[in-house]
Design a protein around this ligand. Structure first.
Ligand code: SF4
Ligand code: SF4
Length: 644
């Protein structure tokens, strides 16, 4: 049994014969307080019910009436909740004194932070910067943005290392006129053909993987997968997988467009879309036989794929974003939107591009503009600014750049150099360890507010437990700082802030906090256009293997490392390689192997299987020990050599 640990069998067991180990002997079912909320891991936005007793989240409870997914959760949503009551939670503020982080009161810590931010404000806000996780609620993100842009006068703020939201905030915005998907989750089961790009949705967004499964098995949806490795989706009936060389996907999608032009498969309506002629011109030199070798496919593969996509009456493209996927940026989504526009597959049921943000509120962070919009520094520039001294104060709320941003050495050197570092988090992360002030934050289970899913559903998050220790919600901390720094008076509650959001953000107009019900899917519209993309391919390094990074099924970001469930099943990083490469290199399952790139060297456990094509290896990015960002510097592909 290749079990995914989704827990569905436990949750539907009618007689209670199957019971989860973490919940065993904890409580009677009927003694639990049941709180409906939203999963705080990935952008799928599954609704879940927490079972609470004595101010502790003891389990998740199956409710078949919850959400588009009928209560189904993946392994992370089902078992990852234990981080809420982890004994590793930060319970008190800390201030660095004589080199050591020392317990302090909130008044002391806030006084230090307020003083520093006041000085930055007085200096014009040019040397202060903020990095925020898209795990916070919309209301908290809105307050953080206000704190920076309106109170401190700084446009130096970003999330998700910058590149992990570019597909939305730059790619989709330029191509569609809005920074969101053109499709919704329900389109997965209403389409005729799914084109899943560079993802095993089972790993990145597992419940969307279930939706794909249902679409294929129940609705007869055709499945095409374009990826640099095989995954579970490849095993579904009728799935056709095109395994391409890492880094060649832009060329592949351009070649598909070229076939569509050459075989007159374009939709008549595409002639009216701005930029068609320039787009067509940009495809010169991209005929299938010209790029097939670079892509590692045959010209027939590319032609067949283009025909299948173009001829399907309805076709939907799925693309994941995230810190583990540095190549999934603006150009990739634009190449895909070009295909959809060319074939008339935008703005119709079962059609379009579904851009699957990595975190629970990645879409909200894009909607609310949590990135520089007036020439300020993005995440990469903020890190560089810390290193060069142009950023003197850095406020990090929930991000863990030491592990999750590219180039660990550079990030550590930058955070070491910055004069003043505030980290607000649930845990003493690798980043928090470097801070001057650490503020203990609340988890999603201690908050009220909203998250917005990849499918544009704005959903209510409900408080299940009181704050752990002395932790405070990010909402309260930003509110207090804003007020102390001369900003607007404290916003009383998330409902008031949501009203301000719906007044300020066009897509949220008309939504109200109290009437979101089971989630309100917002509508977006814009002027679509073709945007030519460069389509450069990655140059292979002789004798090296191509390392691609991404998400492991049991983990999401670096937060899941604090959940017992995910760590029980997948406790450490690994390097996955194909059998042929393993045989040639004399590597067996579980061997400890040295992985070396131009940037550094780490030791990982080997995982040998049939998913990886020859010459390509995969490593998940979630883990602190031997973190994969010791090797990668943000390029879509990192060239490595491996040995014992
Ligand atoms: S946990 Fe999920 S995958 Fe594993 S046996 Fe139960 S239902 Fe099947
Ligand atoms: S698919 Fe994502 S949102 Fe749904 S339960 Fe899993 S981690 Fe949570």
């Amino acid at each position: 049994l290749n079990c995914e640990f989704c827990g569905s069998c436990v949750s539907v067991c009618p007689v209670g014969a199957l019971i989860s180990r973490p919940f065993k002997f904890q409580s009677r079912w009927w003694a639990l307080n049941k709180v409906k909320t939203v999963c705080s891991y990935c952008g799928t936005g599954c609704q879940l019910t927490l079972g609470v007793k004595d101010n502790k989240v003891l389990t998740t409870i199956y409710d078949e009436n919850q959400g588009f997914h009928n209560g189904q959760l993946c392994t992370r949503g089902r078992w990852g909740y234990q981080f809420v009551n982890s004994d590793k939670r930060l319970t008190t503020p800390l201030i660095r004194k004589n080199g050591t982080l020392t317990a302090a009161t909130w008044d002391e810590a806030m006084a230090v932070v307020t003083k520093r931010l006041s000085e930055e404000k007085a200096g014009g806000g040019t040397t202060v910067a903020g990095l925020v996780t898209p795990r916070l609620t919309n209301e908290e993100l809105f307050l953080f943005r206000k704190l920076f842009k309106e109170v401190l006068g700084s446009d130096n703020l970003d999330h998700s290392a910058g590149y992990a939201h570019d597909a939305l905030t730059k790619g989709a915005r330029e191509s569609l006129g809005y920074s969101a998907s053109s499709a919704v989750i329900a389109d997965i089961q209403k389409t005729d053909l799914l084109l899943v790009v560079k993802s095993d949705a089972y790993e990145t967004h597992p419940v969307l993987g279930f939706e794909v499964n249902l679409g294929v098995k129940r609705q007869g949806v055709d499945l095409r997968i374009v990826s640099d490795k095989r995954g579970k989706l490849s095993k579904l009936p009728k799935a056709v997988t095109y395994v391409h060389k890492p880094g060649s996907e832009l060329l592949l999608f351009k070649a598909m467009a070229r076939v569509i032009f050459d075989e007159n498969l374009a939709d008549a309506g595409s002639a009216a879309v701005t930029g068609l002629a320039e787009f067509k011109k940009s495809l010169e030199g991209c005929a299938p036989d010209q790029v097939a070798g670079i892509c590692g496919l045959t010209a027939t593969d590319i032609t067949d794929l283009a025909r299948d996509y173009a001829k399907a009456e309805k076709a939907l493209i799925l693309l994941p974003l995230g810190l583990g996927y540095p190549g999934h940026g603006a150009e990739l989504v634009q190449a895909l939107i070009n295909l959809a526009l060319l074939t008339g597959k935008i703005g119709k049921e079962g059609c379009g591009v579904l851009i699957m943000g990595e975190k629970n509120n990645s879409q909200g962070a894009a909607d609310l503009g949590l990135y520089p919009t007036a020439g300020g520094k993005n995440a990469a520039a903020i890190i560089e600014g810390c290193a060069s001294g142009t950023v003197k104060t850095l406020y990090i709320a929930g991000e863990n750049p030491v592990i999750s941003y590219p180039n660990r050495k550079l990030v550590e050197a930058a955070l070491d150099k910055v004069e003043f570092l505030v980290v607000q988090d649930l845990f003493m992360t690798e980043t928090a360890e470097m801070a001057d002030v650490v503020l203990p934050a609340c988890s999603f289970a201690e908050k009220e507010g909203t998250f917005t899913s990849a499918g544009k559903a704005v959903q209510r998050v409900n408080r299940a437990v009181k704050p752990v220790g002395l932790s405070r919600s990010d909402f309260d901390v930003f509110n207090q700082l804003s007020s102390a720094l001369g900003g607007a008076p404290i916003s009383a509650d998330p409902e008031t802030v949501f009203a301000a959001i719906s007044a300020a953000v066009t897509a949220y107009r008309g939504l109200s906090f109290t009437s979101l019900g089971d989630g309100a899917v917002y509508e977006v519209s814009g002027a679509a256009k073709f945007v030519p993309v460069a389509g450069a391919s990655v140059t292979m390094e002789e004798g090296k293997l191509a390392l691609v990074t991404g998400s492991a099924l049991n983990h999401c970001g670096t937060l899941s490392r604090y959940g017992e469930g995910p760590m029980l099943v997948c406790p450490e990083g690994y390097l996955e390689l194909g059998r042929e490469d393993a045989r040639k290199l004399g590597i067996a399952e579980d061997d400890r192997i040295k992985v070396t790139s131009a940037a550094g060297e780490i030791v990982l456990k080997a995982k040998v299987g049939s998913r990886m094509p020859q010459g390509v290896v995969f490593a998940p990015y979630h883990f602190g020990e031997q973190s994969v960002n010791n090797l990668s510097t943000g390029a879509p592909v990192t060239w490595v050599s491996i040995g014992k």
